[in-house]
Design a protein around this ligand. Structure first.
Ligand code: BGC
Length: 498
């Protein structure tokens, strides 16, 4: 071999070695980054773990806090609010009634016609609209004028069809925020949740505000009841099945109410009702316990929210927040590695990832996870390989599994408080042999998260059986109540008139 050839051969070897070195370097760097991502995922998964032992601790804490909230005003983070609802619709109601529901994301208006028998429930003209976002931090006047205007349009559309022509219309106002009631017709706003921020409304009588706006528009409509959405759902549940004693909402926000014995509401000594019981609005979104598996992402979400240090349970289990927890985990991974490409500015926007997108990604059954790719693209993250898309699905799973399982623990906590979990409650020591005596208990459930996110629902129902055991869970029936909070509130107004 000539000298020149040797030099060329040596140069080729050196070039090949440097290419190989670059490739190996790249591979090692990419492995390191992948390891970072896997590490973040593992740490998150561990922090969200909800083995049944931990769920049982949450169950006990919920039952204990319920007792404390009933014992004294401010005795617990659970407000355990009186609703003054001491009787629920039983099917004999008659007439035409209206409901206006201000929820977290939508407002609804509907009319029901009742014929005096359960089977004669005719729900007419349900209108559902997104709440315009500017209303959430406007003024009470703007908000209520808008609601009155929407009601006026609804009535105008009735034409001559309705039976209520010429008669004052009776309206139920389903208001999905915490209210301190003075009667079933009136109550003041305690605080806003779910991103609403009209501060001058706190402390104002909500029914009065709506009635004022209706009067200003000259509408002959009477706000006949102010009802929390959970209480509406309970009313519809009870109307169809009198074994319904608990109602839970899993929507933009989350909450539960249940039928309590008045003598157990110690903070209101001497409270008398003809039925001996009253519906209590727990406002469980504010429940807190050290047993809740809280991660650094939850802490950051809370700190940056408009109501920090508040509604801790709601922020782990409800629709407004699940998407944002997922987004925060993806963002951290993207900042700690380049597997999502350069960090997208869209991904840094709070609440840009909605829970319905989380559900769509989680339930994506295409082989290449095309839905995941599409949603990531909307977040400014394009062309990620399949293995990265799988990581995203896993994050959705971890967040939703934790939410569903904690939601189940919340329900089991109520069952424990009222002695329907097979253990005899937290005060008496009934033995397991008495399980045969267990009463059938129906839990009415409503809200977009529960209705539309199958995996959430499955995790919740599976965990409920795990906590209660096969035997007891046979007596606990979870029933979906579509539009229950609005329809049920109208039924409640009907029952007040009969
Ligand atoms: C509110 C509750 C409401 C729940 C579900 C929470 O943010 O505080 O009053 O029932 O959302 O809509």
């Amino acid at each position: 071999m000539g000298k020149v050839a040797v030099v060329f051969a040596a140069a080729a070897v050196v070039a090949a070695c440097s290419v190989a070195a670059v490739m190996v370097g790249r591979r090692m760097r990419s492995r390191r980054k992948w390891r970072t991502v896997v590490g973040i995922l593992k740490e998150f998964e561990d922090a969200c773990d909800t083995p049944v032992g931990r769920l049982r601790q949450v169950v006990d804490a919920m039952a204990v806090e319920m007792h404390a909230g009933l014992a004294s005003e401010g005795g617990s983070k659970l407000k355990m609010l009186l609703t003054f609802v001491d009787g629920l619709p039983n099917g004999t109601e008659k007439g035409t009634f209206y409901a206006l529901h201000l929820g977290g994301t939508y407002f609804r208006i509907l009319r029901v016609h009742l014929g005096g028998q359960r089977s004669y429930l005719d729900v007419q003209d349900v209108e559902r609209h997104p709440i315009p976002s500017h209303l959430m931090n406007s003024t009470s006047e703007v908000l209520f004028n808008f609601l009155a205007f929407s009601l006026e349009r609804f009535i105008e559309k009735e034409g001559n069809e309705s039976d209520s022509q010429g008669v004052r219309r009776e309206l139920a106002f389903t208001f999905s925020f915490p209210v301190k009631h003075t009667s079933i017709f009136s109550g003041v706003l305690i605080k806003w949740t779910k991103g609403f921020k009209i501060s001058e409304m706190v402390g104002k009588d909500i029914a009065e505000c709506l009635q004022g706006a209706l009067n200003r528009r000259g509408l002959d409509m009477h706000v006949a009841a102010l009802v929390n959405d959970t209480v509406g759902a309970l009313s519809l549940g009870y109307y169809h099945d009198p074994d319904t004693v608990i109602a839970v909402i899993f929507g933009t926000g989350s909450n539960a109410c249940y039928l309590e014995r008045t003598d157990a509401i110690i903070k209101c000594q001497g409270l008398l009702t003809t039925s001996g019981s009253m519906v209590v609005n727990m406002e469980w979104g504010n429940f807190w316990s050290s047993h809740l598996p809280r991660t650094s992402y939850d802490i950051e979400l809370d700190a940056e929210s408009s109501n920090s240090n508040d509604m801790g349970f709601e922020k782990m289990i409800s629709g407004l927040y699940l998407g944002d927890i997922v987004r925060r985990v993806i963002l951290r991974m993207s900042q700690g590695s380049d597997i999502f490409g350069p960090t997208s500015s869209v991904l840094s926007e709070p609440y840009v990832l909605r829970t319905n997108s989380v559900s769509a990604m989680h339930e994506d059954d295409t082989p290449d996870l095309e839905e995941v790719a599409r949603i990531l693209k909307d977040l400014g993250v394009s062309d990620v390989p399949l293995k990265v898309r799988k990581v995203v699905v896993k994050i959705c799973d971890v967040v939703t599994r934790r939410a569903g399982r904690l939601a189940a623990a919340g329900i089991a906590g109520i069952l424990k408080k009222i002695g329907r979990d097979g253990s005899g409650g937290i005060t008496s020591g009934r033995s397991r042999n008495e399980i045969q005596m267990q009463k059938r208990t129906v839990v009415a459930v409503e809200g977009g998260l529960y209705m539309n996110y199958n995996m959430f629902r499955e995790y919740m129902e599976e965990a409920l059986v795990e906590i209660l055991g096969e035997e007891v869970s046979q007596y606990v029936v979870v029933k979906a109540m579509e539009d229950g909070s609005s329809i049920g509130s109208a039924l409640l107004v009907a029952s007040l008139q009969s």
